[in-house]
Each structure stands twice: as C-alpha cells, then as structure tokens.
Design a protein around this ligand. Structure first.
Ligand SMILES: *[C@@H]1O[C@H](CO)[C@@H](O)[C@H](O)[C@H]1NC(C)=O
Length: 507
C-alpha cells in the first residue's frame, strides 16, 4: 500500500515537474526578482551578485530592462554563473532596502560582493554586450597579470588610464596593498601587475623595487610611485589620473575626463578663452602654470571653449564680452569670477583666490529701472530691500523662464497682486532663479515654481497649497502680520503648513 502510494506520488511529481519545465522554458526570466522578504537570504548566498534598483515609472529603467535581461541570460552560462537581480524600489516595503544601499535615483545598479558585505556602484555601459564585458571583468580578479608585451599593449591602449604594479614577486605587503587598492577602485580604473617592466610600452624598462606605474593619454604620459600605503596609493591613482587641464570642447574623447571633473567634489577652476584669438597660447601656458602649482590644493582646472561651455557661462551669468574669463566654483556653491584677464594677471588672481583675498561673486540681473507691474520683480541685488528689509509681508515666487508650471501660475499671481494693490503691507514678487543666485540659507529651491512667504516680522514659510487665487490669499491672510500683531507674531511658535505634493518642473 505504502509502496503503491509513493509510486503514484513519484509519477505525479514527475509529470508536475515536466509541466513546470515546459512552462519555464517558454517564459524563463534570467533576472531574479528580489524584495524585502528574500533579498538578504539570496544575496548572502552569492559571492558576486548584481542588483538593479528600479521604479516602474522610470523611463531609463524600461529602456535598460531588455538589455539587462539579455546580459543576464548570457552571464547565466558564464563560469561561474553571474547572477543579475532587480528590486522594485518604488514598492513601499522595499524602500528601507533601497535607502540602506543609498539609492537616490533610478536605475541604480549595485555590484554586491562577499554575500552583500561589500557594495560598489555599477559604472559600466547600459547595453547587453557592454554589461556582459564589464561584469565579466568585475567578477574576475581585481588586477590582471601581464605576462607578455601583447598583454601589455592590449591592457594599456592609447586612450585610457591604466595602472600597472611592477613587482619582483607577487607576495609581500606592497603587493597585498596594491591588490587592496585595486579592489577598492576597480569600478573606475583598470589594474594589472607584472614581474617584468620591460614588457611595458612606456617608461624605464628596469625598476628597483616594487613600483606602481600609471599610464595616461595626456600630460606626462606615465607617472611612477613607490608609496604603497593604501591611502597614499589610492590618492595617487585618483590624482595622477586627472589631467592638469581638463579640456572642454566638442571632442568626445574628453568626455570621461569632463565627467570626472564635474562630478568631483574638488574646487573647480574654469578658464574660458577663444582658442583662435591672438595670445591664446600664452594665456593657456600661464593658466597651466597656475594649475601645476595649485592642483595639490584640492583645485581641479579646466580650460574651455566658450561655445562648448555655454551652460557653465550661463550658470555664472557670464557673458562672452568678459572673455578671457576664469570662473571658480567651490563645492559649497560659492562662485568667484575674474573677467577680461591678461596673461600676466592669471597667477596673481589664482594666488589671491588661494589666499582668500577674492570676494565671492553673487549672480544678479540688473535692478530693474521701473517696477510698476502688480507682481514686483526681485533680483538678487534688490532682494534685501524688497523682501528682507522692507517690513512688508512678501509672497515670493522662484521661477525659471522655461518652466511651464510657472507660466500657468503667472496670471493667478497677477490676480493675487491686483487684489492687494491697495494694501501697502503686502507685496507679491517673483525672482528668476536661473539668472539670480538664491540665498540658500533662507530659501530651499529644488524645483520651479517654488513659493515662499515672508511675514513682515520675518517668519519664512514655504507655500505648498493649491495654486489658486483663493487658496493663496487665504494663506497670506492667515500668515501675514498686521502691524499691531507684529510683536506677538514674533513669539508665536513656527507652524509648518501641511506638505502637499504638487507638480514642479525639476531643476
Ligand atoms: C522573492 O519574493 C518575491 C515576492 O514574494 C517573489 O516574487 C520573488 O520571486 C522572490 N525571489 C526569489 C529569487 O525567490
């Protein structure tokens, strides 16, 4: 009886697995779907796993999906198999998981090693073949051995940064530290090691003792170091691979360096000149001298063609008649500007900047000569007078000329302003936040339009209510200080208006 039953069960089970096998052959997905319930469990079982955090509404994610799936299918037969997974980070239950991995935009792809203990941002291509190549390399050893001159030329190439450790033997502290640095930086740089400096295409063919040689397609073409301290070596790799001058023009070869330049947190000095003008060469060489001198002080230097750098000039509110022009942008968003430079002024300006003797530049449109429309025009240079020191209740709109939601709001603000025309204590105003610096210590402008209300006693509140005349007037009436109430109002506790999601045009 028992035997019979188990045979029946076996047949049943076999037929069932047959059905499932057929079905999965048709619609097999190679990308694993993970969520909060099984993420840790699955990830902890893998030495190397790739996870895409996506959101269903994200266009780039949808574009990536078929490529990612194709790469997953190819990599499933790699030896050992490489697993690609995805997490819907928009799903409420998965949000903690996304936060834990620092996900801020979509898609974010992470390479998780060591059962999830080490996470690294995926910085590779977004199409199937590129994903496959990049992940094969990332899952392999952090540094490849160069055994022949052919290996060396294939690895080093003409147009990229490559780092080679030259060792008398592949062991010992220097070698271990080199591999540790390669592990940390492998997402962004290519590492290799060799026993024989003669195989390498550039540089001295014999070295005394362990040496790291960085190859690059610009400046001095190779740099050596014998500093094997992990932090020192990391710093060397990062700094030696930044060109003394990053070039901003229409040549696509510069793109990777420009990306590094603009995404780094270093201070950015940017020199714009007309490369065809007389004297351009001597300007460039003076600027290069400054760059050589100050690159150690956390400043990166760029030289650019004003056409290619149009958006940078706009960001500073700079015009072409200011060329030659140095623009400096600090990580805290402070700007410094020096216009119409002569070659002999460059080193003085850079030194003065370095010594803290140059005042920051505040971008402002000119103060308008007449300001008689119902909605007052505020620029950075009259913001203090109209908004902060006027002793009035001010509703201030931060807008961008291209923003469609701002255009829809304009006639409504006009109506609000008109209804307050006979009330001298209330001002409705607007500021073009693309042409004027926003005082970020008071106003947080992340999209357009952003509305703030500042009562005459100085209480600042964001306005997130409906964009209708009635709602705005109601808000002003509730939050304004009547002259007699001003003193009391100062003591009243801050009330935060209920946050309401409204559509904004992104910055
Ligand atoms: C993880 O759990 C989700 C939800 O239950 C499920 O859809 C998914 O297939 C699971 N993933 C794996 C790899 O088991």
């Amino acid at each position: 009886m028992a035997v019979k039953l188990s045979i029946c069960f076996l047949i049943y089970a076999l037929s069932l697995s047959q059905i499932f096998a057929d079905e999965s052959a048709e619609s097999k997905e190679f990308v694993l779907t993970l969520d909060h319930s099984n993420f840790s469990d699955i990830v902890s079982k893998h030495d190397f796993i790739v996870v895409e955090f996506y959101a269903p509404w994200c266009g780039h994610c949808r574009k990536l999906a078929p490529e990612y799936e194709k790469a997953a299918s190819v990599l499933s037969s790699h030896d050992p198999p490489i697993v690609l997974a995805k997490v819907d980070a928009n799903e409420a239950n998965n949000k903690d998981l996304a936060a834990q991995y620092g996900v801020q935009g979509f898609p974010t792809i992470k390479i998780l090693r060591n059962g999830g203990k080490d996470a690294q941002v995926y910085k590779g291509p977004r199409e199937a073949d590129g994903i496959v190549d990049y992940l094969k390399k990332q899952s392999g050893p952090p540094s490849a051995e160069i055994k022949s001159a052919d290996d060396a030329t294939a690895f080093i190439g003409e147009n990229n940064v490559a780092i080679v450790g030259i060792f008398p033997k592949f062991s010992g502290e220097e070698f271990e530290n080199f591999i540790a640095v390669a592990k940390k930086l492998r997402a962004e740089y290519d590492f290799a090691h060799t026993l024989d400096a003669k195989l390498l295409p550039r540089g001295e063919s014999s070295v005394s003792g362990p040496t790291v040689r960085l190859f690059k397609p610009f400046d001095e073409l190779i740099v050596n170091t014998q500093d094997f301290n992990v932090d020192g070596l990391k710093k060397f790799v990062v700094e030696a691979s930044i060109p003394v001058l990053t070039v901003l023009n229409s040549d696509p070869k510069n793109a990777p360096y420009l990306e590094k330049f603009f995404t780094s947190s270093r201070t950015k000095a940017m020199f714009f000149i007309d490369f065809n003008a007389e004297g351009a060469e001597s300007l460039e060489s003076k600027y290069r001298e400054g760059a050589e001198l100050y690159k150690k002080d956390g400043i990166s230097f760029l030289i650019g063609d004003p056409e290619a750098g149009k958006s940078v000039l706009e960001y500073f509110g700079a015009k072409k008649d200011q060329l030659p022009l140095i623009l400096i942008l600090q990580d805290d968003d402070k700007k410094f500007v020096k216009s119409n430079l002569k070659a002999e002024d460059i080193s003085t300006f850079l030194k003065d900047y370095k010594d803290g003797k140059v005042a920051p530049h505040v971008k402002s449109e000119p103060i308008p000569e007449s300001n008689n429309e119902p909605v007052k025009i505020v620029v950075r240079d009259n913001l203090q007078d109209i908004v902060i020191n006027s002793g009035k209740n001010v509703l201030l709109e931060f807008y961008a000329p291209w923003c469609s939601h701002c255009k829809n709001l304009a006639p409504i603000l006009d109506e609000v302003a008109i209804s307050y025309e006979s009330d001298a204590d209330v001002v409705i105003a607007k500021l073009d936040a693309t042409a004027n610096d926003v005082p970020t210590e008071t106003f947080d402008v992340q999209g357009f339009p952003t509305l703030y209300f500042r009562s005459s006693s100085g209480k600042v509140s964001p306005y997130d209510g409906d964009r209708t005349k009635e709602a705005i007037i109601e808000f002003i009436e509730k939050n304004r200080d009547k002259p007699a109430q001003q003193e009391q109002a100062k003591e009243k506790a801050e009330e935060k208006p209920a946050q309401k999601e409204q559509e904004k045009d992104e910055l």
